[in-house]
Ligand binder design. Structure first.
Ligand code: SF4
Length: 334
């Protein structure tokens, strides 16, 4: 499929009148674009924006990120979830600085080789920061491409990714990759939305195969979802009269690696359901549904639990905590 000049013009005119003003669009600083791309990997723009502002305010350059403590970086990520993204960024910043890069990596291959960076992110940074001819395919762009070409290949499989990458490469405006990628992404986010887009008034309708074949609402196709695993977490918040408590850092290769939380016993469903004390939250992660019970346990002295740390409850903010832990603290007004 080839895009004609007319289609580019339609797309760019739509973009000009409808685009959101976003701080990472107002800059060509590759470091800031990288931060925004990592934040937006699993997070919606409106949700990610305040995190981005706070993050680049505290870590305005590659060097400032590389020189920070990992725990502080994680604290600035707190609430965004998927902490491995922050850990990889931190690792990448240290690698780049140790190899003498002052601002960021310069070429697609150098960027792609960094931890936590796949084809999409490398393409997006290359196009947005350096105006290099690489397509940037996020979930919104996959949807637009699947519809424009009326293609049923699941976009979240490796075959699908390869296919749509090729399509995106063919239609890319090589004279203006930055504008093209930004416009197509924004068009997917705001106009060619998942359900019932306004196809009748769509500026790209003439080229849209799904519209012609009446398959818009069937596209894009995803691979079947993996089964969600249920887990049962029993947390105890020990609290002394002078407000000391116990926390521990997760060490296992599991969710929330290196984050801090209250002492935890994981049980099966029956044991969990036999308890009646505490407050129960359900917390959904990508492949797990956590049933978490928090029990506030006033004590005169803290119990001796291996690998825990004694902290004053008001100092707990100095540690990177999971969103679930924060939710429980809010509930108990700690
Ligand atoms: S016609 Fe509908 S499905 Fe096709 S690109 Fe436009 S909004 Fe998307």
């Amino acid at each position: 499929m080839k895009f004609s000049e007319l289609l580019y013009n339609q797309l760019y005119t739509w973009f000009e009148y409808n685009k959101r003003v976003l701080p990472w669009r107002e800059t060509d600083d590759p470091y800031k674009i990288w931060v925004s791309e990592i934040i937006l990997q699993q997070t919606r723009v409106e949700q990610g924006l305040p995190y981005f502002m706070r993050f680049v305010d505290r870590f305005p350059t590659l060097l400032s990120l590389a020189q920070a403590k990992e725990d502080e970086v994680l604290r600035y990520w707190q609430g965004l979830g998927y902490y491995s993204r922050a850990r990889n960024m931190y690792k990448a910043a240290q690698q780049l600085v140790s190899h003498g890069y002052a601002t960021f990596a310069h070429t697609f291959d150098e960027i792609r080789a960094l931890p936590g960076i796949g084809d999409y992110t490398a393409g997006a940074i290359s196009a947005f920061a350096y105006n290099q001819p690489y397509p940037a395919l996020d979930g919104n762009v996959y949807r637009v491409l699947a519809r424009l070409t009326d293609c049923e290949i699941p976009f979240d499989t490796s075959a699908g990714k390869r296919h749509f990458h090729q399509v995106a490469n063919e239609i890319l405006d090589r004279n203006n990759p930055r504008l093209f990628d930004s416009a197509l992404m924004e068009f997917g986010a705001l106009y060619c939305v998942p359900s019932s887009p306004d196809c009748v008034n769509c500026p790209l309708q003439t080229w849209c195969q799904a519209y012609a074949h009446n398959t818009v609402n069937l596209l894009p196709v995803r691979k079947p979802r993996p089964k969600i695993r249920d887990r049962y977490f029993n947390y105890t918040i020990y609290l002394t009269p002078d407000r000391q408590t116990l926390i521990h850092q997760r060490q296992e290769k599991d969710i929330w690696h290196h984050l801090w939380e209250f002492p935890l016993v994981e049980t099966d469903a029956d044991t969990f359901q036999r308890q009646s004390s505490g407050v129960v939250f359900t917390h959904i992660l990508s492949h797990q549904r956590l049933h978490a019970r928090f029990t506030l346990q006033p004590v005169t002295t803290l119990p001796d639990i291996p690998q825990t740390k004694v902290v004053h409850i008001s100092d707990i903010d100095d540690f990177a905590l999971s969103r679930l832990t924060l939710k429980a603290m809010e509930y108990f007004e700690l």
